[in-house]
Every structure is written in structure tokens, then in C-alpha cells.
Ligand binder design. Structure first.
Ligand code: PRX
Length: 641
């Protein structure tokens, strides 16, 4: 079965695209009518990109969990909303029906209420990939609290910064999380993050790994105890209910922190109505989702991909979403294929870095795995190279599954540029065409639009789509400066792109100081700040370089002063420092100790040159005459050879 807002042919796509540009309000109000609103909106769209101020479906009242759960109960109550695959394939799979999801979300909303959580409060969620994470997210949404999920790979320091920025009063966590053979002691990390914290009143701890934890009296409570208590409050005569709090369309739904070109991660804020409409719309159109299909997005819910395409998009569409606790290479590199086989997955959505890494294991892990249920494949997070695209197409899709290359960002909330499976043509390495409702354009460095095809330039968007970020938490001017000031009246993505003769977009990568390492966004300034925390480091400069599996690797040039240890131990100390300050995902792949960094006369580090040296292009360093001391470059380049 399809959806009223699903395009079923290239012609329908074209008609929709035309309508969306001519009459955006008419187009989006037609889509939005397919959702459950307690009160219909008064005005579909009001916006300017100067403040910026964007309001979709203003005056509309709703609760997103009624859309993701309650309205499906009659038809889909006994159907799976989520299929949870545990870290260890020998453990029990948990199938969460819509009825069960409803009960658990109501129950957890009651827990939040019992613990004093109110509409608008910030709840930080730091959990492994267990169904309870989804219950926590949706429980917040049901009560109108703002969730801020933090990826389990971030350090105590990163969490502390985020807790402070969001002035969060509540935390939901686990004792620990399984990742392959490892156990990550999440509660311990939270305890470290809370040293010196003044805002957090309550920590709710779910038991997953039975890792010993210290429970602080008056602050920490067990999930299981709280849920048991709440059960009798929400269930009477076999009827489960927890009244969903009525929210405005423009009330915040969540904050998600992401890296930018400056040191401090930003809290991207998404609001309820627009985010709901756009995630469901993009989900059913890009993947051409059909009711009762099984969708497997391999992302972690700690990133935007998990928010939009494990939780909200699929559930708003009444879909079945697979949630995977483990990692693709444990117990062996056939894990994804095993999951596809056992759960009869129809749509597989993953990152190019995962494909490249699995390619490295050859075809053996595929032996004996039945992948015939697959209908659509997707990629996200970074540009996909031709080799990985063809490997995915031939060996996983067996040449019969369209591959959607979906381009989007934490800030965009949902997919903006992508082919639509089987509807619009794919082109390897191209994200291809915008979704109806999205108007991309390319501009040159002076902000002048580059018209005609083919073209290249910086990728901007001309007008808002429903799930555009509304602000950066607590600092609206930062939002304006980061996204809306480079080019007046345009949203600037930070990406560069090419456009071919047919208007297909190919994203070439970030044009700012943001790296994309294994599909994770990491700011160079953030890594430099972390390296500089080491007492022996005088200064550092971080750049990206091509990495066969990760897409980009992190290359750090470090000026070290001090006599402590040899080079190997200094290197290890720096890695340890970065791990502690940000998390293991930000550890440099290469560290080069240098005596000085190349700087212009005004003191700016010439990253262009450092990038070339990191790529090994030392014979062609370009113009170095503006440098304060050109011999520095020779020394660095020489040190590398
Ligand atoms: O550079 C683009 C790259 O990932 C960035 C956004 O990262 P993040 O906010 O962490 O969200 C990732 C998941 C949506 C973009 O600015 N990116 C994302 N998708 C693609 C991509 N680059 C090329 N092709 C893509 N399909």
C-alpha cells in the first residue's frame, strides 16, 4: 500500500516539483493534511532568512507521538513497529509491536512526569542502541520535553559541555552498552560528566550490561523500578493511556549537537510539526516505502540519521524499523547480511564507510546469506566512490535494487537531495535531484549564483523546507552567522557541489573546516582544542586527508615542547587526550611533530598547504610567498618524506 503523498512515477515527481516551487504553502499543506492534528494550522509558512525566522504550520496543535503511535493502533496494533537485533546474535530478538510501543512510551512518559519533568524541559539521553532508547525519546516527545540524544562514543567532557549548553536537568542512561566484544560503561561516563554539574537533578539508569555502577542517593534511580511503578498508573482495566501533551507545531522537539568550523559544537534545534511532516514525506518518497516493508537503517540514534530514519520517519509512516545494537563486523563481517536474511529486510540504509569497510572482507561473509528480500539500498553521510557504489549494487542489490544516495545534514532534519528509488534515475556518485519542496542552487565565492549546466560552486538552498533547523540552542545569532550570513537570503550548507548537464547534483565535500570521518562530522578546531589541552603541546593544526575506508582521516601537525617521553609516548598521550576531551571518534590517524606551522603575516595558519602535505602532494604546494617564513613549509614537507 502506498501513501497519498508518495510520487509513483517520474511524471508525478515532476508535477510535484513544479507545484512545490510555484505554491510551497499549497504543496506542503496538502502533505500535512495526512497527519493527525488536534487543531489545524492557521498559516502554512512564514519566513525570512535574515533573522532567520522560519515558521511552518503555525497555530497547529499536535503531539508527534500520536502520529507515530496512537493513530496506527487500530490498524497496526499487533504489527511490528520495531525489530530489535541484539549485539550478540545468539541473544533474543525483541519485536516491539505498535501496541507494545504505545504502552512503553506511555509508561516512560509517566516515569518522566513522576520525576518532575515538564513540557519544555531538556532531557539528555546517553544510551546504547536498545529499544528503551526509542521509548525514552518518544516518552519525552509525549510529555513535551525536549530530548537531546548524545552518541555513546562521546566522552564525559563532551557530555558535560552539552549538558551545560542545554542546561539539562534530567538524564536517561544505561549501566553500559555492548559494542561487539566491548562493554562501554555509560553510567560511569555520566558520573564523570556530572562532576561539577549544577543543573542535573535526576539520572534514570536502564540495566543492560550489569556493569557495576554507583547509584547516588537522591539523584539516580533505576529505570526498571520507575517503570514498574508507572505501570499501575497508566494501565487500568487493560486500557493503557497517558494523555499526550498538546504541543504547538513550532515547539522544539529536540536538540542535537553537531560540529561546525568553530570549536564548540552547536545545538541544532528542530521543531515538531515541520520535522514530523518532512521526515515521513522524505521516508516514503526516497525509499518508496510500502506499508509492512522492513526498513533497516544501520545508523546510531545518537546521530540525525537515526532520529529521522530509525525513529520518527518510519513510525510516522506506520512502518517497521530495525534497530541494531551491535557493529557490522562482530561476530563476523557478515552481520548486516545475516540481519537482512533473518528479518527479511526490504530497505537497507547505511554509510559508504561501512560499505568500504565490508568490501575489504571480500565476498565470503555473503556466502549462505539470502538477500533476496532487498528492494532498495541507500547511502548517507559522505560522498560514495564509484567502486563502493558498484560493489553495493552488484553484491548486495544483485543489480536489481535502486541505490538512493541521500544528501542531507543534521541541520536539514531530513533528506533534501536524492534520487527516489525506481522513480527518478540514479547516477553513481551523484545525490542527483532535489526532493519536491527543496530548491538548491550553486553560488560562487562572491555569492553570485552559478546558473546553467554543468556548474560547480557552494551549495545553498533558496527557501525553507519544513524540517530546516530553527535555531542553535541558546544562541540564535550563531545560527544566523553560521548558515545565513555567508550569502544573504540563502541557507548555506557548508558543502561544495557539481551539477551535471541534467541538473544532477554531486556533493564534493565540505568547503569549511569540518571533516567527515567515517560519516561523522568533526570540526578541525574542536580537535585542535583537544590536542592543545595536552600540557606539552604549544600549538597544533588539524586537516583532513583522503582515507580509503573512512573517507577522510585526521592529520594533526603538532608543536610539542617539553622533555617528557619519546615520540611514541607523546603520540599516545595526545591520542588519549583527544579521546578524553571529545571521544575516540576524533582521534587523529596521523600525528606529525613539527617545529613551526606555516602562517601568513597576519598570523593565520595556511591550511591549504598543510592539506597538500597531508595528501603527499609536496611537489605542488602552490604560492607560498605570502608566508611569514617559507622555510617552515620545506621543513614540514621534508619531515614527511
Ligand atoms: O558534507 C555533507 C555530508 O555530511 C554532512 C552532514 O553531516 P551530518 O550533519 O553529520 O549528517 C550526516 C547524515 C545526514 C554534509 O554537509 N553528506 C551527507 N550525506 C551525503 C554527504 N556527502 C555526500 N553525499 C551524501 N549523500
Amino acid at each position: 500500500m502506498s501513501y497519498p503523498y508518495q510520487f509513483k512515477s517520474l511524471d508525478e515527481y515532476k508535477v510535484a516539483y513544479k507545484k512545490s516551487t510555484e505554491d510551497p504553502s499549497g504543496f506542503w499543506s496538502q502533505v500535512a493534511e495526512n497527519f493527525l492534528w488536534r487543531k489545524k494550522w492557521d498559516k502554512t509558512l512564514q519566513w525570512n532568512f535574515t533573522e532567520p525566522s522560519v515558521k511552518w504550520f503555525e497555530g497547529g496543535k499536535l503531539n508527534i507521538t500520536e502520529n507515530c503511535i496512537d493513530r496506527h493502533l487500530e490498524e497496526l496494533g499487533d504489527k511490528p513497529a520495531m525489530i530489535w537485533e541484539p549485539n550478540n546474535p545468539e541473544d533474543r530478538v525483541r519485536v516491539v509491536t505498535y501496541n507494545r510501543l504505545h504502552k512503553r512510551v506511555c509508561q516512560f512518559a509517566q516515569v518522566l512526569k513522576n520525576n518532575g519533568v515538564k513540557k519544555g524541559d531538556r532531557v539528555c539521553i546517553y544510551m546504547g542502541m536498545v529499544p528503551e532508547l526509542a521509548y525514552a525519546v518518544l516518552g519525552c516527545a509525549r510529555i513535551g520535553a525536549i530530548h537531546s540524544v548524545i552518541f555513546g562514543g562521546f566522552s564525559a567532557q563532551s557530555i558535560a559541555d552539552r549538558l551545560e549548553d542545554a542546561s539539562a536537568e534530567y538524564i536517561v542512561t544505561c549501566d553500559g552498552a555492548y559494542r561487539g566484544e566491548k562493554i562501554i560503561p555509560l553510567k560511569d561516563v555520566i558520573d564523570d560528566a556530572l562532576i561539577g554539574n549544577k543543573t542535573v537533578k535526576r539520572v534514570i539508569v536502564y540495566t543492560r550490561t550489569r556493569t557495576p555502577v554507583s547509584m547516588i542517593k537522591g539523584r539516580d534511580v533505576w529505570w526498571e523500578d520507575e517503570m514498574e511503578h508507572a505501570e499501575s498508573q497508566i494501565e487500568k482495566d487493560n486500557v493503557v493511556s497517558f494523555p499526550a501533551v498538546e504541543m504547538d507545531a513550532e515547539d522544539p522537539l529536540f536538540i542535537l549537537y553537531t560540529s561546525g568550523s568553530t570549536g564548540k559544537p552547536k545545538g541544532v534545534v528542530h521543531t515538531i510539526g515541520g520535522y514530523m511532516v518532512f521526515t515521513a514525506y522524505s521516508f516514503v518518497n526516497v525509499f518508496q516505502y510500502q506499508k509492512s516493508q522492513v526498513h533497516f537503517c544501520t545508523a546510531d540514534i545518537g546521530w540525525i540519521t537515526g532520529h529521522s530514519y530509525i525513529v520518527y520517519g518510519p513510525l510516522a509512516a506506520g512502518g517497521t524499523s530495525v534497530m541494531f545494537e551491535g557493529i557490522p563486523t562482530w561476530p563476523d563481517a557478515g552481520r548486516f547480511w545475516d540481519i537482512v536474511d533473518r528479518h527479511k529486510v526490504n530497505i537497507l540504509y547505511t554509510a559508504p564507510t561501512a560499505i568500504r569497510s565490508l568490501m575489504g572482507f571480500g565476498l565470503k561473509p555473503l556466502e549462505g546469506k539470502d538477500l533476496s528480500s532487498l528492494k532498495v539500498l541507500g547511502t548517507v553521510g559522505e560522498p560514495i566512490n564509484e567502486e563502493a557504489w558498484h560493489w553495493y549494487d552488484e553484491n548486495i542489490g544483485k543489480g536489481k535494487c535502486p541505490i538512493v544516495d541521500t544528501w542531507w545534514q543534521t541541520e536539514t532534519g531530513g533528506i533534501l537531495i536524492s534520487n527516489m528509488a525506481g522513480i527518478t534515475p540514479a547516477k553513481p556518485t551523484y545525490a542527483t535531484l532535489p526532493l519536491p519542496g527543496v530548491e538548491p542552487l550553486l553560488v560562487d565565492e562572491n555569492g553570485v549564483e552559478v546558473k546553467g549546466n554543468p556548474a560547480s560552486g557552494n551549495l545553498c538552498i533558496r527557501a525553507p523546507w519544513p524540517s530546516i533547523l530553527r535555531t542553535t540552542y541558546g544562541d540564535h545569532d550563531r545560527c544566523r552567522q553560521t548558515y545565513f550570513s555567508a550569502y544573504p537570503n540563502l541557507y548555506f550548507t557548508g558543502d561544495g557541489a557539481l551539477r551535471d548537464e541534467e541538473g544532477n547534483y554531486r556533493i564534493t565535500g565540505r568547503v569549511d573546516d569540518v571533516l567527515n570521518v567515517s560519516g561523522h562530522r568533526i570540526g578541525t578546531a574542536e580537535v585542535e582544542n583537544a590536542i592543545n589541552m595536552h600540557s606539552g603541546v604549544v600549538e597544533s593544526a588539524v586537516v583532513g586527508y583522503h582515507h580509503d575506508v573512512k573517507g577522510q582521516g585526521i592529520y594533526a601537525y603538532v608543536i610539542f615542547q617539553g622533555t617528557h617521553g619519546d615520540e611514541t609516548s607523546r603520540r599516545n598521550d595526545i591520542l588519549q587526550t583527544v579521546s578524553r576531551i571529545i571521544g575516540p571518534i576524533a582521534k587523529p590517524d596521523k600525528i606529525q611533530f613539527v617545529a613551526a606551522l606555516p602562517k601568513t603575516r597576519s598570523g593565520k595558519i595556511m591550511r591549504r598547504i598543510l592539506r597538500k602535505i597531508a595528501e603527499g602532494e609536496t611537489s605542488n604546494l602552490g604560492d607560498t610567498t605570502t608566508l611569514l617564513d617559507p622555510t617552515v613549509v620545506e621543513a614540514i614537507a621534508g619531515g614527511k618524506l
